[in-house]
Every structure is written in C-alpha cells, then in structure tokens.
Design a protein around this ligand. Structure first.
Ligand code: SF4
Length: 452
C-alpha cells in the first residue's frame, strides 16, 4: 500500500522486534479492554488489567468496538514504531522473556503467520494504518469460571469475584468494573458488541485462528455454538484452535469437545495444571484432580492427529507448586506429553504465590535439586523445566528487583492468609503444610512477619 506521498512501507525490513500480531490478531479482556495480545503491556482504557502499564485513559466505561480500535491512533502508532525497528515498551514481555523462555511473538510471526509478513508491510502506510483485518481472535467474553486458583484473581474468575465481594475485599475506586452499574454496562457490551464481533469473524470465512481463554472458555455458550458452526459449515479445516482451559468439563449439552476438535486444521489444548493431587487442588481451588486427569487422558489421542502440542500440560510455576514439580515431571513422562512452563507473574512484591519471592540462596538450591531430578527422570518434553529453573537462577528475585520487597512480602503473605482463612484451609492442608517439606523454606516463610 502506498500512502498519500507515495512512500511504500514494503521497503522496510522487519527488525528483530517485528511481530505480526498487530496486523492479524486481536485481544479483548473480560472487562472489555482491548490489547495487542494477552501478553502486551499497555495503558488501560478504563480498567487496569494485571499485566498493564501504569495509568488509564478514562475512568468511565467507554469501550471501543473492534472497528474503532483496529486503526486507532494507538494501533497505528504501535505498527509504525514496530516498522521503524523500535523495541516498544508495549512488547516488553516478549522482548525480555518475562513470563517464559519462549516468546508469544515467535508463535505469531514464525509459527502461525510467517506468510503474512510481506502482506503486512505492503498493506501499511507510513501512519501505521493497515488494510489488513484481524483473522486471529482472543476474545475473553466474560470472567466466568468456577475455579479460584490462588495466583489468579477476580479479573479472570467469577468465583474469585464473588469471593472478593463476600469478603468485602474490593475497592470501588480501583475495581470500577465491579460496581453494579458498570457490571451491567460490561454485560451489555459483551452481548451486543463482543459476541456479534466474534460471530462476524466466524461467518466472514476469513477466520484463521481462535484462542479460547477465559474465565473458563468451555463454560462459554458461544464457544460451543461457534465451534459447532465452524464444523457444520466446513470451515473448521482451515481454522487453528488454541485453548487455555481448566479442563473441568469437556462436554456441553451432549456435545463432546474431543469429537469436534479432530475436524480443525490444528489444535493446541493448553490444559492448566500447576501441581498434582492435594497440592494441585489447594493451588487451583475448584480442581478435582481425578476428574482433570480423566479428561486429560481422554484427549491424548489428539497428539496422534496434530502432534505433541495438541494436548499439553500447561504449568504455572508457583511457590507451593515447586514442591510437586517432581510429580508433574513423572506424569508427563508416563503419559508421553509435552509441558509448557511459565512462572507466576510478579507484577509487584506482594505476589507471594511466585517462587521468585524466595531468597536467592534457597531459590537456587531448590532449582538445582529440581534440575538434577529432571535430568535423571525426564525426557526431551520435560527439558523445559530444567531450562526454566536455570533461568530462574539468573532472573532477579524479589529482593533483587523490588526496593519494597520486605513490605510487599508481609502484605502478600497476609493476603494469602486471609484467603486461606476464608476458604477454610486447616492445619491438615495449608501453605505452611506444603512448605514444611523443606525446613529452610518453612523457616523463611514463618519469619516474614518479623522482617520489618
Ligand atoms: S511482541 Fe509479544 S507482546 Fe508484542 S504484540 Fe507481539 S506477541 Fe504481543
């Protein structure tokens, strides 16, 4: 595409920071915030999300439609800076491997849409305006989810939201989206704008990828309706589907997910699990371990159809989860499945579910022990654990990263304790009980109140 002065962006060479997502993909949060993707760090429109940069544009609920967003000043600026080869702050999660070792950028640019790069250059003018349209959707239609994983929160779980309300632990200033008048506006937006936009994409015949995440996507009626529609209209064979699911259910109204998925072009089921058995059920409140394992096993046939990424154990490394990593490794080896590993995102020093809260010496020792175990008992598909633990030995922990780490740890521990009390954790099973597997870790945890 040539702009008014005839300058042709196709002469630009994509730099190492180039990402195809702003030309192909679009993300909507359960609070109707739009982003480049779920990993980008941007300023909120009205309601800050956990990963966002500081600040918001307005205090009022004033969501953009996809049409308004796609070639907005913000999106044009992002594309222009990317084409200028800038390392843009919005993409720091990819630029600095903040969540895991592999970047989301590579997924979009090298795996999903490498064939679109030239088109992106040719379709974009010097203002960043593009004639390309989104063909990959990550629409989190609502926060509905019956789980209350302890490193998650109300933005992504209706069960967490209900608990926060019941505990009176929300702030009408900070959590504006939880005000009843705003909840109504959001629901109205979801029904009258977001869902029709997703349907429009499904019916356009141009859709190439859907990423189903939530909340819990398998609890969305629209998920089942669109998936059936794509199968019934013979479009499934050119659509890639990805999921992040708690795998609590795999069927709805007589339709089984694993009967629909073989019809699609490609499948990537990221099945969240952060520990097995009791620890898993403690970390992921709502999880029934046996049910998860049964559902997971019933989808394993997908790896024969689509390869190892079709059915994956998607692990978020938490502090208590460090004490069940060995079981996760053994299970992955037994089932011959791949694992993805990310570290609990510590966006401040109170995120005590993150293993990076541990003091350096203890953290390195635990990492070394787990590396040794993985090397002795793992396989090529669990090597990601070793790589992640190696990276944790050099990645800054709380003490190295946050000047207020002492105060943050006290606040974070108190928050977890309040939740534990509310959920009725008892001495038989609690954070302390899990951490007591390692005397040094338990001593550190117990001493936190005394640190300031
Ligand atoms: S570089 Fe990463 S954060 Fe930025 S748009 Fe691409 S995938 Fe998203």
């Amino acid at each position: 595409m040539k702009s008014n002065n005839g300058k042709n962006m196709s002469e630009k060479k994509p730099s190492q920071y180039f990402c195809i997502a702003p030309w192909t993909h679009t993300y909507l949060s359960p609070q109707a915030e739009r982003r480049l993707c779920c990993a980008s760090r941007e300023k909120a429109n009205w309601q800050r999300q956990y990963i966002d940069a500081e600040g918001s544009t307005t205090e009022k609920f004033d969501p953009l439609s996809l049409k308004e967003h796609w070639n907005s000043e913000h999106m044009k600026s992002v594309r222009k800076r990317i084409l200028d080869g800038e390392n843009i702050p919005e993409c720091q999660v990819c630029n600095h491997n903040i969540l895991n070792l592999y970047t989301y950028r590579d997924y979009f640019t090298k795996t999903l849409f490498p064939q679109k790069v030239q088109q992106a250059l040719e379709s974009t003018d010097e203002t960043g305006f593009t004639t390309m349209e989104p063909i990959s959707f990550d629409y989190r239609i609502s926060n509905v989810c019956s789980f209350k994983c302890r490193m998650c929160g109300e933005l992504f779980s209706s069960a967490w939201e209900a608990e926060k309300r019941a505990m009176n632990q929300w702030d009408p200033e900070r959590d504006r989206w939880m005000l009843p008048e705003n909840k109504k506006l959001i629901e109205n937006f979801q029904v009258n704008v977001a869902e029709p936009e997703l349907w429009e994409a499904a019916k356009s015949g141009k859709l190439e990828e859907i990423y189903w995440v939530g909340g819990e996507p398998l609890a969305y009626q629209i998920h089942w309706d669109i998936m059936k529609y794509l199968v019934e209209t013979d479009q499934a064979s050119r659509v890639t589907v990805r999921y992040n699911t708690n795998l609590n259910r795999i069927s709805q109204k007589g339709v089984n997910l694993f009967e629909l998925l073989p019809k699609f072009k490609n499948v990537n089921m990221c099945c969240s699990i952060d520990a097995t058995g009791e620890i898993g059920e403690w970390v992921r409140s709502g999880l029934n371990w046996e049910n998860w394992l049964r559902n997971f096993k019933s989808g394993l046939f997908l790896t024969k159809l689509f390869g190892m990424d079709a059915m994956v154990m998607d692990v978020t490394l938490t502090l208590p989860g460090m004490f069940d990593v060995k079981n996760l490794i053994k299970l992955a080896v037994d089932l011959r499945v791949k694992t993805y590993v990310k570290i609990t995102f510590d966006f401040d020093s109170a995120i005590m579910m993150s293993p990076m809260a541990l003091p350096r010496k203890i953290l390195n020792r635990l990492c070394d022990e787990l590396i040794e175990f993985e090397k002795a008992n793992g396989n090529q598909y669990t090597r990601i654990y070793t790589e992640t633990f190696e990276s944790m030995k050099t990645r800054p922990n709380f003490e190295e990263k946050y000047p207020d780490w002492k105060e943050g740890q006290i606040e974070g521990k108190h928050r977890l304790q309040k939740i534990a009390k509310y959920r009725g954790d008892n001495e038989a099973f609690s954070m302390e009980k899990i951490l007591s597997q390692d005397a040094e870790v338990l001593n550190w945890w117990s001493s936190i109140n005394e640190k300031v």
